[in-house]
Structures are given as structure tokens and as C-alpha cells.
Design a protein around this ligand. Structure first.
Ligand code: FAD
Ligand code: NAP
Length: 500
């Protein structure tokens, strides 16, 4: 690779971040202590959370439903051409991650997850082919995953993600299609050179499939999108600025970024932008290149509904901007040789958790900080309850959520009570009652950071843990204070911490 001063600076920055914020991997043969955490899912969230736990001296077992080839979760299952649409600076899922550029591809992402897994000696702590079916408490209040043979745990991190198996909805008439049909995540061995490619879906996978088809030399590319989603530029500064909306919802000022995007980013392609849906309501797609490809005539983006598949294409009812799904339009046959189903993924189920955590009105994502069910602050559903956001899945917050759980387990004075957890949820719902979405169905990254600051500040017993929770440093001092508090608390007949 040619010398690049920007990349050089980025490498130095990553090296510094790793030095300051990466917890030390456990020494060979080191005895890890309680609280012991069960981590369900070996994608980047599970592996990162496990690394944080063992790095701070706490024992873990990782349960992964699939085999060793699934280490890395969804990233281990997608095309080698798939990659980050956001800048890698916003996808630092652990401080030890070192990116070799701004927009890493699938294999680099998986290799960084594997690096952590090996560095923090998680090989012996991972149970592959072990799907969590049932999580329940024993008589002592310790968590059991499936059955007691796997051990007893003080806390549970569910890290099952939101993208499970590929979703392949049935399209009417698809049986008579003469060409091939593939899911957007399975394109590695597909040959599209000189072919007419039809992409069903209008989300991030459709954008990726469009880029793949251009790179593969497809003759014609048409995206058949039944709903409009916002597309924002691939620019770390702009994306950071949009995530800076601390209210986490549409505000009086949302028209400003929306108008700027329409005027200066969409420009002549304004017709593709959502007509009546605010930017702060749904996860936007991040891409600057597809507009150029559409302008260059390499691809077309069509809005409408699939009527039926025919032998040589799809009969499609093309709708105008603002006309709702199923509304009137103009039906034509859109010819194609290959159909790519960019129709998303099935959401993995959290139903292995105890029934009470799903009781309305406090079912997911209406949980404390979106991830702690109010009945059980010892469960953290890290990264798998979110619906929509402007932010990122693979960043700083994985460590913060993990350390909040550790703090709740280690220091009983910091553990939130069910009643207060529900009040926080009610308060956040009230603050966002004017939002077009339900309160927890959309958030921004700065809102998340505000949530963290709020819950640490509101309880003085958590103050001593602030540096640990936010940066992963300085756990010794609060631990010593907790030991002292323990003696007092236990003298008064209260529960003891796990520290001694
Ligand atoms: C092509 C693609 C590109 C993406 N790009 C971005 C991006 O640029 N930015 C972004 O923020 N996000 C992106 N995402 C979203 C992506 O899902 C997350 O970034 C991230 O990979 C999620 O990691 P995870 O560990 O939480 O979940 P996953 O990677 O989905 O891992 C979950 C693991 O849990 C296991 N599991 C599930 N249920 C059970 C069970 N009951 N018992 C045991 N194990 C179980 C699964 O087998 C899986 O291995 C992208 C997704 C895709 C598909
Ligand atoms: N590099 C990246 O950043 C990247 C790449 C890929 C995926 N991802 C992430 O992965 C997740 C999944 O993204 P995704 O694009 O795969 O899925 P998605 O966001 O769920 O989008 C699926 C698309 O398919 C459409 N669709 C579903 N069923 C259909 C049907 N029967 N007929 C016609 N259209 C249908 C949906 O339309 P409706 O909206 O109308 O339902 C939607 O446009 C997201 O979190 C996304 O951010 C990220």
C-alpha cells in the first residue's frame, strides 16, 4: 500500500487508543473470578463483551448456536465484498481493534473479531454448536443456560444480534422465472457479467448489491424498492454530526439537515428521497457512490410494488414519490436474468430469556437503557434489542454496557431496582412522546451517551465507577471502596458483593 499520511495518523491514533483503553488479556493460567458471565452469541458484540469481562478479571463462557465457522456472527456469513458503509472510526467495537483503512471489508472485520477472541484466550471458554434455548435461575439465584452442566452464572449478556438467517420472502410466480435467484448475502460465486440484474429491496443490502453488480460488469441493474429510506453521505464528519442530535427524534430543526441533504446530496435525484418521512425515524443507508452510478446510467432505482414474477423478469407497479405502498402506479415488465433478494434477515429470538422480561408495557426494546430488562438487571441484551438508529452497532457502547453490567453485579449499591428502572423507561417515553416513532424504536448515538451519563450521575454510589464504566480504567479503587461498604452493608444484614 502506498504511504498515506492520513492512514499513518489513523494507525498511531488506534495504537494509542489500544494502549490506553484495552484491558490486559489474562496471564496464562490466571484464575478469573466471579461474577461469572454467560455470553450468548459469538459475533462481534459477544466476543468484545467477553474480552472486556476477562480483561477486567471476570470469568465468562460464550455460547454460540453455530459452529466454529460462525465465529464473527453475521460478518462470517456474508459476501467477501461486503464491508462497512460507515467509517471504521465509528466501528471500533473494542479498543484493540486496528483497521487498515476507512472502510474495511468482510474478511478484515472477521479477522479483527478472531484477533480479540485469541488475544483474550476465549478459545477454551467458547461452546460452539450450543444454542441458548432456556435461561433460568437456580435456587441460589444464579443463571443456568439450558442445563446446569454448563455452569452457573451471575450475569447474562445476550449478544445474538439482529441479523439471523437470510429472509427470502416468496414472490408470486417465482417458480416460473427462467434465471437465477440469490439472497444478497450469497453472491460470492455468482457471475453477473453482461446480465440484467434485478435487486428486490431498498435497504443497505440493496445498495451493496447494486455496487457488487456494477463491479461485476452487469449489463443492466434495477433496484425494485417498495419503500423509501434516507441515504446519507459516506463521510465520518457528516454522519457524526447527524448522530449528534441528542434528542434522538425528529425536532423542529430536522427540516434543516433534510433540506440540505435533498439540495446538495440528492440534487437531481431528489425523487428517491422519502417524501414524508423524517430523517430521525429510521436507520438511514450510508453511501455516496450509488448516486454517481445512477447518474452515470449504470443503475436505476425504481419505487413500487412487485405484482408477480414472470419467466423473464418482474411485473412491477411503479409508483410516484409520496404514493404509499400498494397505491396506484404504472405496471411494466422489468426484464432480468438474475434476481437478488436484498430482503434482509430474520431477527434472532430472545425467547430463551425468562417470560417475565417480555411482559408489557416493559417488553423489549422498552427496557432500562434499552438493554436491561427491569425485572433482571443481571441480564444485558447488548446490541440486540435495537430497531432503528443513527449511530452504529459496533462501537464504544458495547464496552460501556458490559461494564455497567459488571458494576451492577459487583457493587449492590449501584444495582438499579426494578421500580426505578421502569421509571427511567417511563421518563424517556414521556420525553420522546412527540416523536413519530415509539420512544425506543429510534435513537441516536449522542442520545445513548446522554443515557449513560444520566444513569451514572443519578446514583452517587455509581460516581466512583464512572472512569471504569466510560473508559474501562480504574476499577481497583472503587473495588476497595466496595469492600469497605460490604462490611458495613453485611453488618446491617444486606447482600454482599462478589469481591471477596
Ligand atoms: C452485510 C452487512 C453489513 C453491515 N454493516 C454495518 C455497518 O456498516 N455498520 C453497522 O453499525 N452495522 C452493520 N451491520 C449490522 C451488523 O449486524 C452489526 O454491525 C454487527 O455485526 C452485529 O454483531 P452482533 O455480534 O451483535 O450480532 P451477530 O454478528 O449477528 O452475532 C450474533 C451471534 O449470535 C448467535 N446466536 C443467535 N441466537 C443464539 C442463541 N439462541 N444461542 C447462541 N447463539 C446464538 C448467532 O449464531 C451469531 O453468531 C451490517 C450487517 C450486515 C449483514
Ligand atoms: N454495509 C452496511 O452498512 C450494511 C449492508 C447490509 C446490511 N446492513 C445492515 O443489515 C441490516 C439489514 O439490512 P438489509 O438491507 O439486509 O434489510 P432491511 O433493512 O430489512 O431491508 C430489506 C428491504 O427489502 C424490502 N422487502 C422485504 N420483503 C420484501 C418483499 N416481500 N417484497 C419486496 N420488498 C421487500 C424491504 O421493504 P420494506 O422496508 O418496505 O419492508 C426493505 O426495503 C440493517 O441493519 C442494515 O443496516 C448494513
Amino acid at each position: 500500500m502506498a504511504f498515506s499520511p492520513v492512514y499513518w495518523l489513523y494507525s498511531i491514533l488506534q495504537w494509542i487508543l489500544a494502549k490506553i483503553f484495552s484491558p490486559e488479556p489474562p496471564a496464562p493460567g490466571a484464575r478469573l473470578r466471579r461474577p461469572k458471565i454467560a455470553i450468548i452469541g459469538a459475533g462481534l458484540t459477544g466476543v468484545s463483551a467477553a474480552s472486556h469481562c476477562v480483561g477486567h478479571g471476570f470469568d465468562v463462557t460464550l455460547f454460540e448456536a453455530e459452529g466454529r465457522d460462525h465465529l464473527g456472527g453475521i460478518w462470517s456469513q456474508v459476501n467477501s465484498t461486503s464491508g462497512l458503509q460507515i467509517h471504521s472510526v465509528m466501528y471500533r467495537f473494542h479498543p484493540a481493534v486496528t483497521w487498515e483503512g476507512g472502510y474495511p471489508k468482510q474478511n478484515q472485520i472477521v479477522s479483527q473479531i478472531e484477533k480479540l477472541w485469541k488475544m483474550y484466550k476465549l478459545e477454551d471458554k467458547t461452546r460452539f454448536n450450543t444454542k441458548a434455548e432456556k435461561v433460568y435461575k437456580d435456587a441460589q439465584g444464579r443463571w443456568i443456560i439450558n442445563n446446569p452442566s454448563e455452569g452457573r452464572f451471575d450475569g447474562v449478556i445476550a449478544a445474538i444480534g439482529t441479523c439471523g438467517d437470510p429472509k427470502m420472502p416468496h414472490l408470486p410466480g417465482q417458480e416460473i422465472f427462467k434465471g437465477q435467484t440469490h439472497h444478497s448475502s450469497q453472491l460470492d460465486n455468482v457471475e453477473a457479467k453482461g446480465k440484467k440484474v434485478l435487486i428486490v429491496g431498498g435497504g443497505a443490502s440493496a445498495v451493496e448489491a447494486l455496487e457488487w453488480a456494477v463491479d461485476t460488469g452487469a449489463a443492466e441493474i434495477k433496484v425494485l424498492a417498495r419503500s423509501d429510506k434516507w441515504i446519507i453521505p459516506r463521510n465520518a464528519f457528516v454522519d457524526g454530526l447527524l448522530a449528534f442530535n441528542i434528542f434522538g427524534q425528529e425536532t423542529l430543526f430536522s427540516w434543516i439537515p433534510e433540506t440540505i441533504l435533498r439540495l446538495f446530496f440528492y440534487r437531481d435525484l431528489k425523487d428517491i428521497a422519502p417524501a414524508d418521512q423524517g430523517l430521525f425515524t429510521e436507520t438511514p443507508m450510508v453511501n455516496s457512490e450509488i448516486f454517481n452510478q445512477i447518474r452515470a446510467g449504470k443503475a436505476k432505482w425504481l419505487r413500487g410494488d412487485i405484482q408477480e414474477v414472470q419467466e423473464d423478469g418482474i411485473s412491477f407497479n411503479k409508483r410516484g414519490q409520496g404514493v404509499p405502498k400498494g397505491g396506484p402506479g404504472h405496471t411494466t415488465l422489468v426484464e432480468g436474468d438474475i434476481i437478488i433478494m436484498a430482503t434482509g434477515y430474520k431477527r434472532p429470538s430472545l425467547s430463551f430469556l425468562p417470560d417475565e422480561v417480555f411482559e408489557e408495557p416493559y417488553g423489549p426494546p422498552r427496557w432500562y437503557l434499552q438493554v436491561f430488562p427491569p425485572q433482571h438487571p443481571s441480564i444485558c441484551a447488548n446490541n440486540c434489542t435495537y430497531v432503528n438508529a443513527i449511530g452504529t452497532v459496533g462501537n464504544y457502547h458495547i464496552g460501556i454496557y458490559t461494564r455497567l453490567l459488571l458494576m451492577f453485579l459487583v457493587d449492590p449499591l449501584t444495582t438499579p431496582k426494578t421500580w426505578w428502572m421502569k421509571r427511567w423507561i417511563d421518563m424517556t417515553s414521556t420525553l420522546k412522546s412527540l416523536a413519530p416513532t415509539r420512544a425506543f424504536d429510534f435513537f441516536t448515538y449522542s442520545e445513548l451517551i446522554y443515557w449513560f451519563c444520566f444513569v451514572v450521575l443519578i446514583n452517587p454510589f455509581r460516581w466512583k465507577w464512572a472512569a471504569f464504566v466510560f473508559f474501562g480504567i480504574g476499577s481497583d479503587l472503587p473495588a476497595r471502596v466496595v469492600e469497605k461498604e460490604d462490611k458495613l452493608r453485611n453488618g446491617l444484614g444486606y447482600e454482599k458483593s462478589y469481591l471477596n
